[in-house]
Design a protein around this ligand. Structure first.
Ligand SMILES: Cc1ncc(COP(=O)(O)O)c(C=O)c1O
Length: 464
């Protein structure tokens, strides 16, 4: 499927320029002294090609669960081009045609929500939610209700404040000191409940939510302003919420007047088979942040969406010069983002990709379960829609996590077969043992068979 422009000789200079000057994310560069970095030069549908023309099927949508509608979508590129020629940028104090149109379309998909604030990364959107919670604390509660709760194993971004709200200790390590005012609550991974003191076998979901209440009571409810949670924890091990969890969480937030901020940076725009992950669980958030799938990586765009109630708190006193949301996002004013997001959303609707996501997610989970029947190293499979995981263990009885090096060897083996999968990576000390699968929402049964066959072979080679 390469388009004829591929020329290994030209690309040799690209590889050298990359090796000499590019600092890649989340990777140790020493090995690049003796081997080439991977340069992805073309993509179409589910597949990408690298600098030596090797074809890969991408089971992780661009590495970090982003390209929900697949590669090579000309209509998105055309819409972005047309918009850029007409009007590329103006700062967000003014509006834009795609900004207004996309906000309207987005809110149609989010009953109960009302306002869209544009910015350009998931971390930035989450920081803005934190700032709103802090400002509300100052405006309404004399600054006291300023603490923000976050959950063990969740991730909310790469900046110092979002790392301070980060439940993944390996991601955070060496980047302290952290920002004060963030407080951790326990995770809700039932498979590892036995490691949590006092966790019951029955009604685990309610118990896990009650642990949040315990933290609130210990901190003092009058000091807690917000609770930030992923609907399905992504990079922290693909954690689907246990039964009864969300109902109880919602109840607790209402009881103590705590704003519920759902981080949909991964799950937002289709990844779990609904527009948003929280919609699987009947949750009513006050704030929702989203980024990756909003424009499938065709442009950088993130959104913080709030209820009208939250919005009103920032316009209720026009005489107060500090009373409104005094935040700036330079690139929140780029029009490429909403222009791409409009097309991305139209593609999902026209091609029935939410339905495909649900159907293919079930098919893939079934296939992973078949693998688990064959390979005892798979301790548990789990996930929602097309965000799936297989937790690898050294021993099914004790659930001792599989050695991280072996988990990475499975990923590397798949890569050598031309199949790109993921694994929890530098997130939890001793627990980077979950394989991750998040193919584009266009994936077919034959693509899934190809991916799962590769994993089967890799597990056999690595674990016997
Ligand atoms: C749940 C979640 N929130 C926030 C972020 C941060 O997004 P970004 O990398 O766009 O800043 C990520 C990134 O992986 C994420 O997984």
């Amino acid at each position: 499927m390469m388009d004829g422009t591929f020329n290994e000789n030209d690309l040799a200079s690209v590889v050298e320029a990359d090796r000499a000057h590019v600092w890649h994310h989340l990777i140790q560069h020493k090995p690049f002294e003796t081997k080439d970095p991977n340069i992805i030069i073309e993509g179409k549908g589910m597949r990408v090609w690298n600098q030596v023309g090797k074809e890969h099927i991408d089971a992780v949508s661009g590495g970090v669960w982003t390209v929900n509608v697949g590669y090579g979508r000309e209509r998105i590129a055309n819409a972005v081009r047309d918009q850029l020629v007409k009007m590329n940028y103006f700062a967000g104090a003014a509006g834009s045609i795609p900004g207004a149109r996309f906000a309207e379309r987005l809110i149609e998909k989010m009953p109960g929500m009302s306002r869209v604030y544009y910015c350009n990364s998931g971390s930035e959107a989450n920081e803005k939610a934190f700032k709103m919670i802090r400002q509300i604390a100052h405006k309404r509660y004399g600054g006291k209700k300023h603490k923000i709760l976050y959950r063990e194993r969740d991730y909310h971004g790469t900046t110092i404040a979002t790392l301070s709200a980060g439940g993944q200790d390996e991601r955070n390590a060496q980047y302290g000191p952290y920002t004060p005012g963030f407080v951790r609550v326990p995770h809700c991974l039932e498979y590892r409940a036995f490691e949590q003191d006092g966790a019951p076998v029955e009604n685990y979901g309610v118990w896990a939510a009650e642990q949040i209440e315990k933290v609130i009571l210990a901190e003092g409810p009058e000091t807690v302003g917000g609770l930030c949670l992923e609907p399905v924890t992504a990079g922290g091990g693909v954690i689907t919420p246990p039964d009864g969890y969300w109902e109880k969480v919602q109840e607790i937030c209402a009881k103590y007047e705590i704003l519920l901020h759902i981080d949909e940076v991964v799950c937002g725009i289709g990844r779990t088979g609904t527009w948003f992950g929280f919609q699987n669980y009947g949750v009513k958030p006050d704030m929702v942040t989203m980024a990756k799938g909003v424009a499938s990586g065709y442009a950088a765009i993130a959104c913080l969406v709030t209820t009208e109630e939250v919005f009103d708190m920032f316009k209720d006193d026009a005489s107060d010069p500090l009373g409104y949301f005094r935040d700036i996002s330079t690139f929140g004013g780029c029009t490429a983002g909403p222009a791409a997001a409009l097309e991305n959303m139209a593609i999902i609707e026209e091609e029935g990709l939410l339905e495909n996501c649900t159907a293919m997610g079930e098919y893939m989970l079934g296939k992973l379960d078949e693998l688990a029947d064959k390979h005892t190293v798979i301790g548990q499979t789990r996930g929602k829609g097309l965000f799936l995981g297989a937790e690898l263990v050294g021993d099914r009885e004790t659930r001792a996590p599989a050695d991280e090096k072996m988990v990475q060897a499975v990923v590397a083996d798949c890569m050598s077969q031309g199949v790109i999968i993921g694994a929890t990576n530098r997130s939890l000390p001793g627990k980077n043992n979950t394989l991750c699968f998040s193919p584009a929402l266009i994936v077919t049964t034959s693509d899934i068979d190809e991916i799962v066959t590769a994993v089967d072979g890799a597990l056999t080679r690595v674990f016997g």
